[in-house]
Write a protein that binds this ligand. Structure first.
Ligand SMILES: Cc1ncc(C[n+]2csc(CCOP(=O)(O)OP(=O)(O)O)c2C)c(N)n1
Ligand SMILES: [Mg+2]
Length: 664
């Protein structure tokens, strides 16, 4: 007897409730409620290949409602992915199991992105859909022809980032994007009526989306709307799935009680009875297991068809190289540093960045640029990107994200994770706060997103404290796996870009100046910035001081060193453009740059136009830290530097006084 859709869906329900029960933690409601929709999607529509999860033309599936992680773990297991195994699922949420609390892309092939922070999954799906259309425009239907599907909950649709992202998706007419909304009218606190009266379909329609509705427990109804969604070419589709949270649990289903707690022994037993599910926990009837495995094999047919088609395409090899995304750091650096400005004119690092990008974007079609409506300030649009991406022309390599910093950053992550694209996007550094949750998720997901953040200090001047970053650079350094760069001149800017582009394992953020800076160094054979910090100038007189600075304050450190040397006090100057890179160097290297001598013998001094908290890491508490531990002010930049004491004239006497005090 053929296995019904409902029986297939019940396998998801059983695995989900049993795994949550075993872990005594997790969210059974969402997987049980969306089991029917997911079953129709994974057995009839989605293009995937359990034997080759990274096949480039697969559909992308994003579980934006990441708390429902057991849904995707069940699906991957049932359709025949190598992981998770049934033991992995038994160990749901335990140390060492790839079935983490929320889905993590680095744990399981088949999990396209890390979700859990609500709303970001939808925004990443938008980025994936952009990537697909762009690569399709470049490589053609034979190689790139897939869809992006996301399952989102009420929470995902309430989050502000959702609105930013769908505005962009609607504007770009992303017809290959389909969001399945789990409209169960329940969130943690209870009914959605506690907190919202929004007409969500009307909002989506107003941003240019196609909106359809189905009974999320009726396979025929679900299939009919998925057909309608696929038929819609020019607009993204929101599928409103009317569902019951925890469907199948006779007493707790439909209530917020099943959102994030185990059902409990009694309710699990009652659910087994209600579903007529006789198997033990984690066991599956053979016919149902076979039917799911068959669905996985059937989906893989898409891959087989693609392979034959793609292999005959003239651009096949180039496409595979592009998707692999391997770049030699040396090659990128050579291009970035080619013909770099020497000596002479002062130039802002945002301008240096533009000059570097001219070369890199001409050389690497994978780079897709953009800005959150600050293109002329961020200097992010190069000649190779003269054409913007639009609904009518996806070949464009520049994206006008609008004033949507968070949406931009999350969409960039989606593009980076899709593959074939290295996204960079600009805004003012102070607004990194608006993008921060996506910057964090880029780092966690090991996504190669490059954040171009200009106007990086009080050096921006007259716009005043609302626009002047203080704590930003330091707080961004706290994010694990994020390379935060603050280059001091055009050479360091080129070196930082080279590192960022070649870095496959995570995001980079470039903090760049508005104001012009001296060029302090010539390019050499080695990318010195890649070390994170290096001795820019060695002491001439007997060394008593090490001055450590980043970005625009490096030239101040050089001035301080000049004055100290003139007084017979030897001072090294260390340029420290990237802490995380420096900390990753072998101890011998670090000790060479910052010799581990007692402060009486070698005073360490930091200079950075931002919070001083944290610089103790390198100056030690006995050292001196020059920075700004309050909000800035509105004035021309040179006056502000003087006002906040960040000039050689103000720093030198404090250094000499400290030296005296320590040797007294
Ligand atoms: C940004 C963010 N805020 C809060 C949470 C905590 N949280 C997890 S699920 C949830 C409720 C989500 O409701 P809904 O999307 O309707 O999921 P359902 O209860 O229907 O499964 C909340 C507030 C989160 N994961 N992410
Ligand atoms: Mg809900």
């Amino acid at each position: 007897m053929a296995v019904s859709d409902t029986q297939l869906a019940n396998a998801i329900r059983a695995l989900s409730m049993d795994a949550v029960e075993a872990a005594n933690s997790g969210h059974p409601g969402m997987p049980m409620g969306m089991a029917d929709v997911a079953t129709v999607l994974f057995t009839r529509y989605l293009k995937y290949d359990p034997a080759d999860p990274h096949w480039p033309d697969r559909d992308r599936f994003v579980l934006s409602a990441g708390h429902g992680s057991m849904l995707i773990y069940s699906l991957l297991h049932l359709t025949g992915y190598a992981r998770p195994t049934i033991d992995d699922i038994r160990n749901f949420r335990q140390l060492g199991s790839p079935c983490a609390g929320h889905p993590e892309n680095f744990e399981l092939p088949g999990v396209e992105c890390t979700t859990g922070p609500l709303g970001q999954g939808v925004a990443m799906a938008v980025g994936m859909a952009i990537a697909e259309r762009h690569l399709n425009a470049e490589f053609g239907d034979a190689l790139v022809d897939h869809r992006t599907w996301a399952i989102a909950g009420d929470g995902c649709l309430m989050e502000g980032v959702n609105h930013e992202a769908i505005g962009l998706a609607g504007h770009l007419g992303l017809g290959r994007l389909i969001v399945l909304w789990d409209d169960n009218r329940i969130t943690i606190d209870g009914s959605t009526t506690l907190s919202t009266s929004e007409d969500i379909p009307a909002r989506y329609a107003a941003t240019g989306w196609h909106v359809v509705e189905c009974d999320g427990h009726d396979p025929a109804s679900i299939a009919a709307v998925l057909d309608a969604a696929i038929a819609e070419e020019g607009r993204p589709t929101l599928v409103r799935c009317r569902t019951i949270i925890g469907k199948g649990a006779p007493n707790k289903g439909g209530s917020h009680k099943v959102h994030g707690s185990p059902l409990g022994v009694d309710e699990v037993a009652a659910t087994r009875l209600a579903l007529v599910w006789e198997s033990e926990a984690f066991a599956l009837p053979d016919d149902i297991r076979d039917a799911w495995a068959e669905a996985g094999r059937a989906a893989a047919e898409f891959h087989a068809v693609w392979k034959t088609r793609a292999a005959g395409d003239a651009q096949y090899a180039e496409f595979l190289t592009r998707m692999a995304g391997d770049f030699s750091a040396e090659d990128v650096a050579r291009i970035a540093l080619d013909d770099i400005a020497r000596g002479g004119a002062k130039v802002a690092t945002r301008k240096s960045s533009e000059l570097v990008l001219e070369k890199l974007t001409a050389a690497y079609p994978a780079l897709i640029g953009g800005s959150a409506d600050l293109t002329p300030s961020n200097n992010t649009q190069t000649k190779a990107m003269a054409t913007a991406m639009t609904a009518g022309d996806y070949t464009g390599r520049y994206i006008h994200y609008g004033i949507r910093e968070f949406g931009m950053a999350a969409a960039m992550n989606g593009m980076a994770l899709h593959g074939g694209i290295i996204p960079y996007g600009g805004t003012f550094l102070v607004f990194s706060d608006y993008a921060r949750p996506a910057i964090r998720l880029a780092a966690l997901q090991q996504a190669r997103s490059i954040f171009v953040m200009t106007h990086d200090s009080i050096g921006l001047g007259e716009d005043g404290p609302t626009h002047q970053p203080i704590e930003h650079v330091m707080s961004l350094r706290l994010i694990p796996n994020l390379d935060v760069w603050r280059p001091c001149d055009s050479v360091e800017t080129a070196e930082a870009w080279a590192c960022a582009v070649a870095r496959k394992s995570g995001p980079s953020l470039l903090a760049l100046t508005r104001q012009n800076l001296r060029q302090v160094r010539e390019a050499g054979a080695e990318n010195l910035s890649a070390r994170g910090g290096y001795r820019l100038r060695a002491a001439v007189a007997e060394r008593r001081v090490v001055l450590i600075a980043s970005g625009s304050e490096v030239e101040i450190a050089l001035d301080v060193a000049d004055a100290l040397e003139a007084a017979g006090i030897g001072a090294d100057v260390v340029s420290m453009p990237c802490w995380s890179r420096f900390d990753a160097q072998p101890v011998e290297y670090r000790d060479g740059v910052l010799p581990p001598l007692a402060p009486e013998r070698l005073l360490r001094v930091s200079i950075e136009a931002g919070t001083t908290i944290g610089w103790e890491r390198y100056t030690m508490v006995q050292g001196l830290r020059f920075g700004i531990d309050r909000f800035g002010a509105s004035a021309p930049a040179p006056e502000l530097y003087d006002h906040f004491g960040l000039t050689a004239a103000k720093i030198v006497p404090q250094v000499t006084a400290k030296l005296k005090e320590m040797t007294a």
